[in-house]
Design a protein around this ligand. Structure first.
Ligand code: 5GP
Ligand code: MN
Length: 334
């Protein structure tokens, strides 16, 4: 971050402010961990802070400290809008374009507050007064840790804040294995553990918390997997009917896409998940090595993300979407 920006933010935060903190729609561990970590920090510094998520977060994140205070814009639109309109400062975390907040984007676009972006995605939009945007980081949570340090407030990080930050670093780094995981990441993790973070318990809460039907849904996705050996690509599908038949609840499909890369010599994978309510196919892309799925998602599926993990959407049928994907894959040499 620029030194002038840090100084300006320090000045801004020197007196109590009304602050809204926003993650992206479909918030994941990094989005919830970073917003709640920052929330606890701001509360500790006498600000009036509220996390407003565009839509609900998955159940496996409900144990995060402070999650019970989170307002859900799409369910509590009136109160959320009021908080946004009254806010002096709005932090947008783990995203960099208003459209990532879904229908909340129209409300955000009208606000006059000071926007501060903390994010690690490519190609940030130009809405924030102060931007801490850097794709070198594996998680927004790591950047929130740095941000608190920039403000010279390192001693404010307690077990609660550390727990939130730890969670996002863990989930967005694929348990410390994705590129972007550095010595510094591990040094921060070590510090957070020293602050009391329950590092053996958190992975259990996040990853070993499945229902039996979620595991059966995973089994179905794996059975649906198709492989294009020559193009080092795999993909899976889940239709709405399949989701319903396994009593799908929000969060159940999280992480399934990664199985597509766990096959030897596969470097590119995708999962297509039908959402009848929204009339779309939600897509996740993952790659290993140099193939840039962010670019692929931007070029063909109205999405984006990082070079090894991205998402997108399609408004045509599952069959047509998969056909479009197969046609593109057959032109790839990885
Ligand atoms: P996931 O596949 O886990 O939903 O997302 C992988 C990464 O891509 C995350 O960093 C997420 O923020 C980003 N992402 C997911 N969906 C979209 C999308 O529709 N548009 C953009 N720009 N990024 C996305
Ligand atoms: Mn993230």
């Amino acid at each position: 971050m620029k030194i002038q920006d840090i100084q300006a933010i320090q000045l801004l935060l020197a007196s109590p402010k009304k602050i809204a903190i926003i993650p992206h729609r479909g918030p994941d561990g990094d989005a919830m961990g970073s917003t709640l970590g920052l929330y606890h920090f701001l509360i500790k510094n006498n600000h009036q802070a509220t996390v407003i998520a565009p839509n609900d977060f998955p159940n496996f994140l409900a144990w995060l400290p402070g999650s019970e205070t989170v307002k859900i814009f799409e369910k509590e639109t009136e109160i959320s809008t009021q908080i946004l309109e009254e806010a002096d400062i709005i932090f947008t975390l783990d995203f960099n374009a208003f459209h990532r907040t879904g229908e909340m984007e129209h409300t955000l676009a009208k606000l006059k507050a000071t926007f501060i972006m903390i994010d690690h995605h490519q190609k940030p939009d130009d809405y924030a007064t102060y931007m801490y945007s850097d794709t070198a980081y594996g998680s927004t949570c790591e950047m929130v840790y740095n941000f608190i340090n920039f403000l010279n407030k390192r001693e404010d990080i307690d077990k609660t804040i550390a727990t939130c930050i730890y969670t996002g670093i863990l989930t967005d780094s694929g348990s410390f294995r994705f590129p972007g995981t550095t010595g510094n990441t591990h040094r921060i993790i070590a510090e957070l553990i020293d602050l009391g973070v329950e590092n053996t318990q958190i992975p259990v809460l996040l990853f070993d918390n499945s229902s039996f039907s979620r595991l059966q849904l995973l089994g179905r996705a794996l059975q649906n997997m198709k492989i294009f050996e020559e193009h080092k690509t795999s993909y899976m599908t889940l239709t709405q009917e399949e989701l319903d038949s396994f009593n799908y609840v929000k969060g159940d499909t999280e992480g399934i896409v990664n199985y597509g890369l766990s096959i030897k010599d596969i470097l590119f994978t995708a999962i297509f998940i039908e959402n009848k309510d929204e009339g779309i196919i939600k897509i996740s892309f993952r790659s290993q090595g140099g193939f840039d799925v962010n670019q692929f998602a931007r070029d063909h599926f109205n999405g984006g993300g990082h070079s090894n993990a991205a998402g997108g959407r399609s408004e045509i049928s599952m069959e047509e979407t998969v056909q479009k994907f197969e046609d593109l894959v057959k032109k790839l040499t990885l």
